[in-house]
Write a protein that binds this ligand. Structure first.
Ligand SMILES: Cc1cc2nc3c(=O)[nH]c(=O)nc-3n(C[C@H](O)[C@H](O)[C@H](O)COP(=O)(O)OP(=O)(O)OC[C@H]3O[C@@H](n4cnc5c(N)ncnc54)[C@H](O)[C@@H]3O)c2cc1C
Ligand SMILES: *[C@@H]1O[C@H](CO)[C@@H](O)[C@H](O)[C@H]1NC(C)=O
Ligand SMILES: *[C@@H]1O[C@H](CO)[C@@H](O)[C@H](O)[C@H]1NC(C)=O
Ligand SMILES: *[C@@H]1O[C@H](CO)[C@@H](O)[C@H](O)[C@H]1NC(C)=O
Ligand SMILES: *[C@@H]1O[C@H](CO)[C@@H](O)[C@H](O)[C@H]1NC(C)=O
Length: 532
């Protein structure tokens, strides 16, 4: 008994003395310096264990590959260790606010840079690579703090609000909201495995945005862990930081631990439709051309986007007579009758027929537009398919001439499996001031354009890291983007930060403080003015 007491006392003293030196002093490692001090990095596991973070995996340990791979959504950045993509020294999976804080402080203590990952859908792999540090990025040592175990969603239906941990996926949020009330919804993107952390940080556009604006426009409060491990809410972070985290792009302002969201009221019945139309290039160009005058001018309750994908080996390749197919995605906050009456008057060229439409609940529509066959699948975090991918974006402020639309269709028809998505803006999106959040694409924008190309490892002799088939496909996409320049927004040519595109420039300054700043700052201002 006595021995035990002494032991306990000794233990208590050890704990007290270690907690009195906590947080440990940060080792000198100024921003931009290379912090590849192996001894400091070696202290990461002991620091994590001492502060209660038990779930982490060091490079080379058995679980490391699987944990790192799980949320690598773009295979361009999934190369094995010997590949071109630098890999993190560790993947840390904190659970809860205090473990997250410890993970941040331990990474800094070990002089490791931090990449935060929620859903892992960054188009350029920014949540798990250090590719933005200049050409010596491979020497930068870093750690991935992966929030996949921080995915709790707490809905308060009475106040129509929810607290959502950043690691929750959009599907997990939608399922939880719908489970608590059939008349509540949250406006955000359509892919169910996208993470709240990155998505809301960059804005978050979806099928309800013309009525209820962006995900970021519906953030009431947030809890942020800053680089010094301070835990800040809206009042303690201040309105400037609170402004920046709602659209300023993820990974820059600290780690958002959780978001307080405003939920929105939706009818019990919505109408969904995905009509496809086939015809000659000229006929389809005419239809898409006409849509430009309709999409952003429809009532706020209407969402009607255009999906163009014609090339590659897909079944939608142009037929021998040169016909092409366009798909529309439609969602109306109301009945079939409402959808029919408005669309037959505003867009008779579409020729929408009642049998093409289905009435359903909001959560059923969320599952359908995520490509899922049941609402339960919304809670699955595992991506069913992963590709090599590259995307770019634009904004259109005045309709593109019919001839140019036809040229785009011909270009798609002759290329690999590329696609172009036109997302209608207007409505409530346009009534928010362009400076109210960092997301500036408000009044005056008819629609956004997303260009994409995907490929598989075997295409054109291997897709490794964008080499082989990947390089050719990305060059094809960049040529389409270059062709579009006269037809889209100018001075600046705008882009959406959630469709992050490193062709617009990178934060090279962070990797090379010794470089004269002129060329560096020019690159920075290109992406700065494009996104913001
Ligand atoms: C298939 C697909 C469909 C998409 N559909 C839409 C759509 O409909 N609408 C739309 O607007 N966008 C859409 N996007 C884009 C998507 O919103 C962005 O890629 C978003 O940044 C992904 O967030 P994430 O958490 O999944 O990604 P991550 O790769 O985890 O994070 C993206 C960035 O945010 C940072 N970050 C992550 N978590 C945090 C955090 N907690 N605190 C601070 N920074 C953080 C990361 O470091 C990284 O820089 C889509 C993307 C894909 C791949
Ligand atoms: C760490 O978290 C991951 C993801 O939830 C889980 O698969 C794994 O089993 C956990 N590992 C440990 C040691 O708890
Ligand atoms: C991780 O992904 C890479 C690239 O796809 C693959 O080579 C590797 O086998 C994967 N590792 C695991 C453990 O899944
Ligand atoms: C091509 O489109 C026209 C309408 O523009 C249609 O009449 C014809 O059947 C289509 N051909 C094929 C093979 O789909
Ligand atoms: C950094 O800047 C120095 C001085 O201009 C230059 O010599 C060096 O090549 C640069 N390194 C990178 C990675 O850009």
């Amino acid at each position: 008994m006595r021995n035990t007491t002494i032991l306990l006392l000794a233990l208590l003293l050890t704990l007290l003395s270690s907690s009195s030196t906590w947080p440990p002093p940060l080792t000198a490692c100024a921003a931009g310096q290379h912090c590849d001090d192996r001894a400091a990095a070696g202290s990461l596991p002991s620091c994590l264990l001492a502060t209660g973070v038990r779930n982490f995996s060091l490079a080379g340990s058995p679980a490391y590959d699987a944990l790192l791979n799980f949320s690598i959504q773009n295979l361009r950045f999934a190369l094995p260790a010997a590949g071109a993509v630098p890999r993190p020294a560790a993947v840390v999976l904190p659970r809860g606010r205090s473990e997250l804080t410890s993970a941040v402080l331990c990474a800094r203590h070990a002089s490791l840079r931090i990449r935060v990952r929620s859903g892992g859908h960054s188009y350029e792999g920014l949540s798990y690579t250090v590719g933005d540090g200049g050409d010596d990025a491979d020497r930068v040592r870093f750690v991935v703090i992966d929030l996949m175990r921080m995915n709790r969603v707490r809905v308060d239906a009475a106040s129509a609000t929810a607290w959502v941990e950043s690691g929750a996926t959009l599907g997990e949020i939608y399922y939880a909201v719908a489970s608590s009330s059939s008349s509540l919804a949250f406006p955000a993107g359509s892919c169910s495995t996208v993470g709240a952390g990155g998505h809301i940080s960059g804005g978050g556009f979806g099928l309800l945005s013309r009525k209820f604006k962006l995900a970021a426009d519906n953030v009431l409060d947030a809890i942020l862990v800053d680089a010094d491990g301070r835990v800040l809410d809206r009042s303690s972070m201040g309105e400037n930081v609170f402004w920046a985290i709602r659209g300023g792009g993820g990974g820059s302002w600290g780690v958002v631990y959780a978001w307080k969201l405003r939920l929105v009221q939706v009818p019990n019945t919505l109408t969904a439709f995905t009509p496809k139309r086939t015809g000659s290039v000229d006929a389809i160009a005419g239809l898409v051309h006409r849509w430009q005058y309709v999409g952003s001018a429809l009532p706020d309750e209407f969402y009607l986007s255009v999906f163009l994908t014609i090339g590659g080996a897909s079944s939608s390749s142009p037929s021998r007579d040169g016909n092409v197919t366009v798909s529309f995605t439609g969602l109306v906050l109301g009945s079939k009758e409402l959808a029919m009456s408005v669309l037959s008057e505003r867009f008779p060229e579409l020729g929408l027929a009642e049998p093409e439409m289905s009435e359903m609940s909001w959560v059923e529509s969320a599952a359908r537009f995520a490509g899922l066959s049941s609402t339960e699948e919304l809670t699955s975090r595992a991506s069913r398919t992963k590709h090599y991918a590259k995307s770019k974006s634009d904004y259109v402020r005045s309709p593109i001439a019919r001839g140019a639309v036809a040229a785009i269709l011909r270009y798609l028809a002759g290329g690999p499996a590329g696609y172009v998505i036109l997302d209608p803006y207007g409505g409530a999106m346009a009534r928010e001031g362009s400076g109210d959040t960092p997301f500036p694409h408000r009044a005056g924008n008819l629609y956004s354009v997303q260009y994409g190309v995907t490929w598989e490892a075997g295409d054109n002799g291997g897709g490794g890291g964008g080499g082989g088939g990947g390089e050719a496909r990305m060059a094809w996409l960049r040529a389409l983007y270059a062709y579009m320049a006269p037809h889209v927004s100018k001075n600046p040519r705008a882009a959406y930060v959630n469709y992050v595109d490193l062709d617009l420039g990178t934060n090279a300054l962070a990797g090379n403080v010794s470089s004269p700043s002129s060329s560096v700052s020019r690159t920075r201002s290109t992406w700065g003015s494009a996104y913001f």
